[in-house]
Design a binder for this molecule. Sequence first.
Ligand code: IMP
Length: 439
Amino acid sequence: MDINKSLVIVGAQWGDEGKGKVIDYLAEQADLVSRFQGGDNAGHTVVYGANIFKLHHVPSGILNQGTLCLLGNGMVVNPLVLVRELTELEKRGIDTSNLRISSRAHLIMAYHQALDEANEKMLGENKIGTTGRGIGPTYADKALRRGIRAIEMTDPRRFRNKLAEVLPLQNRILQNVYGAKSFELDQLMELYTPVLERLGPIITDTALLLQRNLADGKRVLFEGAQGALLDIDHGTYPFVTSSSTVSAAAASGTGLGPGYVSRVLGILKAYTTRVGSGPFPSEDTGEAGQQLRERGNEFGTTTGRPRRCGWFDAVIAGYAARINGLTGLAVTKLDVLSGLDTVNMAVAYRCRGEEIREFPVSNEELQFCEPIYETFSGWDEDISRAKTMQDLPDAARTFVRAIEETVGVKVELVSVGPDRAQTIVIPGSRVAGWIGSKS
Ligand code: IMP
């Protein structure tokens, strides 16, 4: 096993760190790109020349023609949305024939979306603020052993039988618990039949495919979605997503042993954002947060919701580094900070009079935590054309070095704009090795 042939990319904040751009950039050197968790709650915006692609299921690697793209067994897949996404890509001249779906991935069905919406409505002001894509109910059904797996889509008769088996209970929950509308089997079959025809041929045992490719010496990129603080176990529960978003899930979510997922690049935005409810210690609800939102165009790719914005938080980043075993960092959107007089970084929290550097487990405890900020000088220069760290103003370089020191992991890549060309790779880093070593 050559661990240099695989690289896991994960979000190290609350999602939306700019993973799509970094993955698209690094996918040029990959033979395969595989997602391993989440579903169409993810939203990657990839800018390629004059083209802007918004992807939800499909790995960003699809834009590199020839790269095999996998939707792993740990994912939940909405077949209706996936077909729409593929059609849109094809309309814009992107070849999608290299996409494969794990036969073990679970399907997000129309009733899951209805359950997600109904549940959020019922929670009222305690709502999670989900993306409304049915992610939670689909993972819940998987755990309850009443989910429908992608393999059922390869045979319309089996798909119908499975749906007929699970639908009555789903309808009872929708009607009796939530007072919501139920679904008709025939109508659902009408909706799904064309989709089965389109997706059936690309459903396969992706774990086997991946294993064989790795054995052949192929290079694999594992594409994480969401971020460390949204992880079902390690995040700010219950304000989290329903899957394991950390690096270790790249093994179980694709069907590999852990040795293949030991090189992990954590993506960190140079500030912090969050969508949905839940704690966010370094949130700035004033002018600075507003400025970050506008300059960084911080509106959700999936829902269009304005993102909550705040300063870089080294406490959460350090926590993300620990739970992911990060071996490198990519700092994105550094250009968004240009023009600010000063830039803050939360380096610790003050919690009931005590200074802490480890992220607390309980949300109640977090309510008593105030970030302790270190303030850095800002910079006015436009850094969007910087190609090396030397091209950056001193203040920007100092800020990046401070991230590296407080988090305790080397920065390997800095992104200064959405385009592939706006990327600084640190010479001698593992990422530089990844870029330089495609056979
Ligand atoms: P769900 O994943 O739709 O169930 O939403 C649960 C929480 O995760 C909500 O706060 C969402 O806003 C958040 N979330 C889910 N996917 C993403 C993402 O891709 N980026 C940022 N936040 C996300």
